[in-house]
Design a protein around this ligand. Structure first.
Ligand SMILES: [Zn+2]
Length: 93
């Protein structure tokens, strides 16, 4: 379930986010990291929320205090891709 819009999608179509050893939220496309995960759908409106203060707070609270920040790599990665995995309906993205 996407943490922002609450949409329920098969796990393979959601991007898993996890917390690394340093307490940073990172992408976990292989779904291998231990511990709690948060999921994001591929909607642009949702991943854009990661770039807002409110969205960050929501994300961090999804990890119940385990996350201290969002990895700059994750944000850069999302910004660069302009979308998320399995969301390729729009050829212009
Ligand atoms: Zn969403």
């Amino acid at each position: 379930m996407c943490i922002f819009c609450g949409k329920r999608l098969p796990k393979g179509t959601l991007l898993r986010l996890a917390v690394d050893e340093a307490g940073q939220v990172v992408a976990d496309p292989e779904q291998r990291r231990p511990g709690r995960g948060a999921y994001l759908c591929g909607e642009e409106a949702c991943f854009r929320r990661l770039f807002t203060l409110k969205g960050r707070r929501r994300l961090l609270s999804a990890f119940r205090g385990k996350a201290r920040g969002v990895s700059p790599d994750l944000l850069e990665n999302l910004a660069k891709r302009g979308g998320l995995k399995e969301h390729e309906q729009d050829p212009h993205l």
